[in-house]
Design a protein around this ligand. Sequence first.
Ligand SMILES: NC(=O)c1ccc[n+]([C@@H]2O[C@H](COP(=O)([O-])OP(=O)(O)OC[C@H]3O[C@@H](n4cnc5c(N)ncnc54)[C@H](O)[C@@H]3O)[C@@H](O)[C@H]2O)c1
Length: 374
Amino acid sequence: MEGADGEQRIPVSPDSIPRLKALGIDVWVQSGAGQAAGFSDEQLRAAGAEVAADLPTCLKGAEMVCKVQPPTVDEAAALPEGCALISYLPTSTDRAVVQKLVQRRVTAFSFELVPRISRAQAMDALSSQASIGGYKAILVGASRLPKILPLQMTAAGTIPPARVLVMGAGVAGLQAIATARRLGAVVEATDVRAAAREEVRSLGATFIELELEAQEGEGGYAREQSEEFLTRQRELIAQRVEQSDLVVTTAAVPGRKAPILITKELVERMRPGAVIVDLAADTGGNCELTRPGEEAQVGGVTIIGWRNLPATVPTTASQMLARNVAAIAGHLVKEGELVLDFEDEITNGSCAIHAGEIRNRQMLEAAESGPASK
Ligand SMILES: NC(=O)c1ccc[n+]([C@@H]2O[C@H](COP(=O)([O-])OP(=O)(O)OC[C@H]3O[C@@H](n4cnc5c(N)ncnc54)[C@H](O)[C@@H]3O)[C@@H](O)[C@H]2O)c1
């Protein structure tokens, strides 16, 4: 039931269905749901799923509903009362949707809230999808560049490798670095977390040392830096941006607007033909000129702010997401029954709504503030 624009992923795959069945779960898929991801009804049926002709049939009697995007109000209203839901569900989800889930007494698990601990790595949809986003960012950027990435030594002369700069070396950034390196580019990267240094170097890229004291965050995440820090960071990094052919930005701070790392003035100083792929577009963008969801030309520079890059690689993204969902289900389901142990860090952390109550503090605060809901 993916109604969202451009969403081509599904949360099951021919590979995950036997895993779900082994947990005692009967799997129903809406006819055609896997089409865009390259999974036909026949393939899903052969893997063990029942294929329902329409959504109401698919949802009838369902105890657990898995989807990719957060439900809309209408989708939430159509969920069977008291069912469990596993999907993206940011704490900032539309208040009306949250209220509807509460009303329907849905037990809602959120990909965003799965704790990023070793034990939950197989359930970590943010990582699996970020890694695909990082890979695709390099391919999209490379396809827009007026030059090739690798060094070429030919009878027609020597072509130097392109220079790629990756800003933010988290999951997406590291995959972007690895992909750019495989394509033969010279890669540099920057991050505010000290731990990123060795990871960047191990991929054969240069870590740009900034003479700056960054605030360390918690749980492996970056913390929001002061405006003074960001101003100095922009000054220090400007020359590297100017010299780059392709810049991929992934810098993010959970729950905050993305930091601006590339200003309008800096874009104007970039090489003609240079490309910026801004993976932070969804949270405002790391480049001041990024238009979320769009591709823009500013002077000779292309700025790509596409949303949801993982959905543009729907087969692999669905395979990985389906594995994450099967791992979450494996954690929650015992002998075909949902068993909720709120003493458990993963169950407790990832369950946003249960028994008519919002359990997540940020979601509760967001639901209690803001304009009145429909
Ligand atoms: N299961 C696990 O244990 C697990 C899973 C995933 C991630 N993690 C940890 O969390 C880290 C970050 O994860 P993510 O990719 O989801 O992060 P993210 O998407 O929140 O941020 C992307 C990157 O941007 C960086 N960043 C933030 N502000 C910046 C700035 N001003 N300049 C430059 N870079 C900036 C962050 O440090 C981060 O590396 C990982 O690298 C890892 O250490 C752990």
